[in-house]
Design a protein around this ligand. Sequence first.
Ligand SMILES: Nc1ncnc2c1ncn2[C@@H]1O[C@H](COP(=O)(O)OP(=O)(O)OP(=O)(O)O)[C@@H](O)[C@H]1O
Ligand SMILES: Nc1ncnc2c1ncn2[C@@H]1O[C@H](COP(=O)(O)OP(=O)(O)OP(=O)(O)O)[C@@H](O)[C@H]1O
Ligand SMILES: [Mg+2]
Ligand SMILES: [Mg+2]
Lengths: 252, 252
Amino acid sequence: MKVIAVTNQKGGVGKTTSTVNMAASLGVLGHKVLMIDMDPQGNATTGLGINKADLQSCIYTVLVDEIPIEEAVIQTPFQNLWVVPATINLSGVDLELASVIGRESRLKQAIEDMQQEFDYVLIDCPPSLGLLTLNALTVSNSIIVPIQAEYYALEGLTQLLNTIRLAQRHLNKELVIEGIVLTMVNKTNLSAEVEQEVRNIFDKKVYKTTISRGVRLSEAPSYGKPIYYYDQRSRGAQEYLELAKEVMKHGN
Amino acid sequence: MKVIAVTNQKGGVGKTTSTVNMAASLGVLGHKVLMIDMDPQGNATTGLGINKADLQSCIYTVLVDEIPIEEAVIQTPFQNLWVVPATINLSGVDLELASVIGRESRLKQAIEDMQQEFDYVLIDCPPSLGLLTLNALTVSNSIIVPIQAEYYALEGLTQLLNTIRLAQRHLNKELVIEGIVLTMVNKTNLSAEVEQEVRNIFDKKVYKTTISRGVRLSEAPSYGKPIYYYDQRSRGAQEYLELAKEVMKHGN
Ligand SMILES: Nc1ncnc2c1ncn2[C@@H]1O[C@H](COP(=O)(O)OP(=O)(O)OP(=O)(O)O)[C@@H](O)[C@H]1O
Ligand SMILES: Nc1ncnc2c1ncn2[C@@H]1O[C@H](COP(=O)(O)OP(=O)(O)OP(=O)(O)O)[C@@H](O)[C@H]1O
Ligand SMILES: [Mg+2]
Ligand SMILES: [Mg+2]
């Protein structure tokens, strides 16, 4: 089982879109996948068509009440894809666990005790480096970093790399960068310049597959479906399928 | 003096772009403006061309070491515009002030003690509802909320309104919504649907001026200039100038 956190504290770079669509694509390619939504906004939960009002339990009850994670896992209508959803009460976790010993390891504890077996566990992180992201970094084997092909997106990278180094030292020695994916790529000079700079800095860690900016990708969540199930022939569906294949290949 | 926080915990919706360009536009229209960067990524600082490596002090030293804010204020080369910059050490504030009494009021204290007079103070917030955003909400008269014309952007609104209500009750009874601005608007059906929904929910609070998606706006930060100074004839420059005029008018 491979546990991967999808993270970048810069906002709006395509973390949720990449988690939902990589998870769905790995499922289509025959792997059993669990997606965990660790963002209080719950965009990944909505992106899979789950109605938050119907939920009995969610990641919050796993982290704070320590219920077994199986009780929060839901099967989705999509091939080989299960999810642990998030609701708005997740935003209270930083405060509620503030003085609890081992608070960064709550998710790790839950996943280690999990009976069900998956090939991949993908974790969608919020745009901050607080307790929720630290929980994800503590339990993950590796991280995938979406980087938007925009100028501001380059700025946050040093901060992110600092955090990863701290997590490796204090929380999880095994943590490595699985890969970096360029998102919302378009035909402008700015986009090409940012892509060039990212490839210069991170070299082989950057996936060959890039994700183009496309309206079908931003429409799919309003239908509660990953892009593959919303419009299989779209460029976004093909690119995320290619990216999933690269993630599988890199992973040996 | 009017203090306005620009905030939305959804990432990448145009908080920084709106803060930088509204501040610059209000300056062009003759108002004396101070912009405060409360995001550890320091995008607003870079967006005004300030080199973080040269800084003696920044918002971090104001909040944690309690130096007078005047010592951190820098004049920019742009008309009537001053800035308190942010550096990466700002990401440590949540932890460093965790057990300090009145930690939400550090910025308020600093601004109340400020000798220099400004017409507007605009505060750029990070994409989370932690201590930095709470400091901004505690000192602000009102907030401006950028909303991206995208499906996921609607989801976070309930969480944001909850937070504002909590801030009004516990930290700042005077806090009101100054206005809501639709950003990255384009010609798709999705964009039109989101705009319609936001106007249905928030009615008169939504500015008539919307900001179109345009490559000149995303290029300007790489030159360290607000859009008005990078390409005055661009659509983005005109729209932010119109928006500034609406902010001035609303605010009598
Ligand atoms: N390749 C793409 N083409 C077009 N739109 C995209 C693409 N990827 C993401 N989007 C849209 O851009 C917005 C930001 O993406 P997303 O919400 O996935 O980013 P995020 O990093 O998860 O944001 P946050 O920091 O708030 O968690 C969303 O509205 C999404 O639908
Ligand atoms: N109207 C626009 N047209 C085109 N690009 C835009 C527009 N507004 C913002 N952008 C670009 O979109 C990206 C996100 O905008 P910005 O960084 O201002 O959002 P933010 O809400 O401040 O993000 P964060 O949540 O990380 O603080 C940036 O790369 C910016 O240059
Ligand atoms: Mg997200
Ligand atoms: Mg910003």
